[in-house]
Design a protein around this ligand. Sequence first.
Ligand SMILES: NC(=O)c1ccc[n+]([C@@H]2O[C@H](COP(=O)([O-])OP(=O)(O)OC[C@H]3O[C@@H](n4cnc5c(N)ncnc54)[C@H](OP(=O)(O)O)[C@@H]3O)[C@@H](O)[C@H]2O)c1
Length: 372
Amino acid sequence: MRNQAGTTSMKRRHFIKGVGAVAAASAVPGLAAKGESLSILVMGGTGFIGPPAVRALRDAGHQLTLFNRGKTNPGLFTDLELIKGDRLTEDIQQLRGQRWDVVVDTAAYVPRAVNTLMAQLDKDRLEQYVIVSTLSVYANFGTPGIDESAAKETLADPESEDVNQYYGALKFACEEAARAAIPGKVLTVRPGMIVGPGDRTDRFTYWPVRVARGGRVLAPGAPADSIQTIDCRDLAAFISRCVGNRTLGEFNATSDAGVTFGDVLSACRRVANPDAEIVWVPHDFLMEQGVNEWVDLPFWVHPEGELGGAWTVNTQRATAAGLRHRPIGDTVADLYAWWLEQPEERRARLRAGMSAEREAEVLAAWGRRADG
Ligand SMILES: NC(=O)c1ccc[n+]([C@@H]2O[C@H](COP(=O)([O-])OP(=O)(O)OC[C@H]3O[C@@H](n4cnc5c(N)ncnc54)[C@H](OP(=O)(O)O)[C@@H]3O)[C@@H](O)[C@H]2O)c1
């Protein structure tokens, strides 16, 4: 394959950018009773996963304050208190002396963002800090069944804040910063690929949109191949549940094994275009054609490649703590409905997946192979 090393590291970086022993799920003694209204600071809250998390926590009866710069979806939660500022500047000092029971942080990317936040908080009052991390903290996706104790990415340059280069390692450094500042009070949620309405990446969206265009749709591998995702609303419900229960520890948060690529594309045909023809092309043939795993066909990983364990992540701990998943067909339907509501200029430029021309080339090559 062309430029093996470069292609491999780019592929891993794309995958990593897309996507944590540990106390078992436990209610901490002496804390506010379950069901009580808590005072909660949400760091972020207005992007993709923030809004459903804010709604779930608000609907559970908690008192919420948001901290963000007011740039992303301004005016989304006019009923909630907003402290406006950039967390990476001295703006963070607005939080000094204020007291919260719980902090939910959906937007920490560098450890400095956690350390400066921790320096403001009343750590005695704080019962729980929820950090939304990522499965990308794990160092090796070639192995199946990654659980929360698997080896983590390490930061090659401890001073670096280059999130593009060191996304997984920096997210793990954020987790570690929190655990060092408030030991025993941290809930670490490590989502897999988050999907659903509002997804700005268009990775999962590629599939219903491609199926809607119709014709012969290039699909990777076989319909029975696994895929793991988490709907942003299921993630939100899990976070809210864990706040209610004051659950602590580290949790992989993605779907159970059992959902397949075939399920996804069947759902896409149902909601977007039943006439589309799905053409399953073997992994090795796609590799021979230079199709870039993950990048050209979002969510495609070669089961024997360096990302081969990506869709076999162990989610037992989160399931035991109450993580539940809606059917993938519901996610596809709601995502596609959201997509159709987007402005035409937005829909004209899909941000992920392969071009129609390139897809046609690969399908033609597969046709020649199949005929020969
Ligand atoms: N997408 C995936 O598939 C995936 C997978 C695994 C994990 N994750 C994790 O999930 C989270 C996704 O976040 P999201 O964007 O959906 O969260 P979000 O909370 O919905 O949106 C990001 C928030 O952070 C605020 N923000 C950004 N920079 C800021 C700054 N310097 N100071 C203060 N506020 C700032 C933004 O508002 P302003 O711009 O107005 O400041 C916005 O409210 C991340 O932690 C990511 O690592 C994502």
